[in-house]
Design a protein around this ligand. Structure first.
Ligand code: C2E
Ligand code: MG
Ligand code: MG
Length: 604
């Protein structure tokens, strides 16, 4: 029992000190607004000493004082400390007559009389005392006690006011961004880890806001902010704290709610706000959007939470529902994407980051290696090896697509030139992005690079996906024709995955079809895949294409494809993509194997 009481007292003291420190009053400069109250106290009581005394862990610190020289005294046996502990008004008529205070530092410094009223916050924490002290023993009337308590209340009003200043938006009267941050930190102290949701509400889009301001004048937006704040607060009820984030922008935090509930609440808010405009409750030109972000209390910092909620709100403008959801996990993906795109520019300039690997292509009739697909490799300085399947689709959407392909072509053609000089009979296959076809001079640049390196057209091939070949604009089609006219060999990559009809095959100037890995992988186990591949091969042959199967991993798949008449094979079964030198070693090992065995085996 005593232990529990002891713990409770400790807990109260911990929270009390937190409340005190949060007010940022300790060790600040004197301020006239407090000094005025202290002076009045001293005059009213006709006593030489008066102070606003704050009880810190082990000291009494004076925010304001009359008749005392020090800024602080030890908390030990200080009367104000007792006021803080008891949260009650304390009067000691004569310190020397008190067993407890007789030997206190205060009594020893000549003080005989003490009266202090507690300084209590709205939340019920006693910060210290408003006190008056005298050098003579003294009585105090009830009326005087009431005056002292009123003065204490005035001090508290001043403290709260000062604290609120900078935390409330003057226009809407709502707590602002700083308060949002503070409140989240507060909540996190008691409930670290619990899941909350931040909602960011934006009533007018940026363009709308600037139009409003231009047409109606700046005061109009102020009125709109004020009205909409009141409206929202009524809508949400007073138990929800609404924060003002900017003109017509608000935020709130929901705790103890399920994900789905929050999403539907956000949708309801958005719809109600949108309907409000029609109901003429608020002026026109509203386009409400609501962003939601879930977070763990105390785990993510409030600034990040606000940023993601705001970002979700911006995304919401493009969503049909006007509601956007943004999880921090998703944000990690966004940020990774951002670093990849941002980092790729550097990678292009730093030779050690990018490289090409070459994966052999083997003739299924002779078993000889006839080509190699050049596949880009990126070793990111911070993120490590990044798969092209991850970064190519990102880079393709940026103007860097051109530089990427230029880099690949330059290096692949240089390699092709070397192998051509060595007479290895290896055709280098280069992957091209759809956007490259929109570059007017693509063909010309490619031909120039080949000429500069003395590489015949037959030593390279371009791989383009179905989707790159189908349904492109005029410019892309022209470029494709230019490539065909120049005699560049074109392969349709990932054949069968483009979901486009097959009619495009009639007018695409390609010579090679690469059956996608997804069909090849299933060929042994799924009869349907086998049938599909069989029809793809026979149809491609009938149309005059050379057929390559990619992603062959097993002997069985190889055998089945060979039986179906597939022309070329590529896949881990033969070799993984290899750095140029390893590719050369692989090639010579294979040639040796061939000659010693006197026959051409699949695996060399
Ligand atoms: P893709 O052109 O279809 O390349 C084949 C992908 O399959 C390569 O992945 C290759 O390593 C992988 N692969 C080959 N054999 C096997 C196998 O037996 N099993 C399995 N599981 N995978 C196999 P990678 O190198 O990760 O490249 C992925 C994609 O990135 C490529 O698909 C291509 O679309 C793109 N890409 C790669 N390099 C370039 C480039 O230089 N330029 C452009 N525009 N795209 C590139
Ligand atoms: Mg490819
Ligand atoms: Mg492919």
């Amino acid at each position: 029992m005593t232990n529990t009481l002891h713990n409770e007292a400790e807990e109260y003291e911990r929270k009390r000190l937190f409340a005190l420190r949060q007010l940022n009053l300790l060790d600040t400069s004197p301020s006239e607004s407090f000094d005025r109250i202290t002076r009045i106290a001293s005059q009213l009581f006709d006593l030489p000493i008066a102070a606003v005394s704050l009880t810190d862990a082990d000291r009494q610190w004076f925010k304001s004082r009359v008749g005392v020289e020090h800024w602080e005294i030890p908390r030990f046996k200080a009367c104000c400390g007792e006021v803080a502990d008891s949260a009650d008004t304390l009067v000691i008529n004569d310190l020397l007559a008190s067993n407890h205070y007789r030997d206190s530092p205060l009594a020893q410094s000549g003080i005989r009389f003490y009266a202090g009223a507690p300084l209590v916050t709205n939340d019920g924490y006693t910060l210290g005392a408003m006190c008056v002290l005298g050098k003579q023993p003294r009585e105090i009337t009830e009326h005087e006690v009431a005056i002292l308590q009123d003065l204490a209340a005035m001090v508290m009003a001043q403290i709260e006011l000062q604290h609120a200043f900078g935390r409330l938006d003057p226009l809407t009267g709502l707590p602002n961004r700083s308060k949002f941050v503070e409140d989240l930190q507060d909540r996190a102290r008691d409930n670290t880890g619990s899941i909350c949701f931040a909602l960011f509400i934006d009533l007018v889009d940026t363009a709308g806001a600037s139009t409003l301001q231009r047409v109606m004048g700046p005061a109009y937006l102020d009125d709109l902010s004020r009205d909409s704040a009141r409206f929202l607060q009524e809508l949400l009820g007073l138990e929800v704290t609404l924060y003002h984030m900017g003109p017509c922008q608000y935020a709130l935090v929901l705790e103890d709610a399920e994900h789905e509930q929050v999403v539907s609440r956000a949708a309801w808010l958005q719809q109600t706000l949108a309907a409000m405009e029609n109901a003429d409750k608020l002026p026109f030109m509203l386009s409400p959007a609501v962003g939601v972000t879930p977070f763990h209390l105390g785990k993510e910092d409030p600034a990040t939470i606000l940023r993601t909620a705001h970002s979700a709100c911006q995304d919401a403008r493009h969503a049909e529902t006007g509601v956007g959801f943004y999880s921090l996990a998703l944000d990690a993906i966004h940020q990774r994407r951002f670093s990849l795109i941002a980092g790729f520019r550097q990678a292009l300039e730093q030779p050690q980051q990018l490289g090409l690997a070459y994966q052999p292509r083997v003739s299924m009739s002779t078993g000889g290696c006839v080509g190699a697909e050049a596949l880009i490799r990126w070793n990111h300085p911070r993120l490590g090896t990044i798969s092209p399947a991850e970064f190519i689709p990102l880079v393709e959407k940026t103007p860097l697509a051109r530089a990427l392909t230029d880099w690949v072509i330059r290096h692949a053609v240089a390699q092709a030139a070397q192998w051509h000089r060595q007479n290895l009979g290896i055709r280098v296959s280069i992957n091209i992005s759809a956007t490259n076809l929109e570059e007017k001079d693509f063909t010309a640049r490619l031909l120039a690079t080949l000429a500069a390196q003395n590489v015949p057209l037959s030593a390279i091939e371009l791989e383009l996906t179905e989707s790159a070949l189908v349904g492109k604009g005029r410019a892309a089609r022209d470029e494709l024709d230019a490539l065909a006219k120049a005699g560049v060999r074109i392969a349709i990559d990932d054949f069968g995955t483009g979901y486009s009809g097959l009619s495009y095959l009639q007018h695409v100037p390609a010579q090679v079809v690469k059956v996608d890995r997804s069909f090849v992988a299933q060929i042994e186990n799924e009869a349907r895949s086998w049938t599909l591949v069989k029809s793809m091969i026979s149809m491609a042959h009938e149309l005059g294409y050379h057929v390559v199967a990619e992603g062959i991993e097993t002997h069985e798949a190889y055998r089945l494809l060979q039986a179906l008449g597939c022309d070329e094979a590529q896949g881990y079964l033969l070799a993984k993509p290899l750095p140029a030198q390893e590719f050369e070693s692989w090639l010579s090992a294979r040639h040796e194997g061939e000659s010693s065995l006197g026959r051409r085996d699949v695996l060399g």
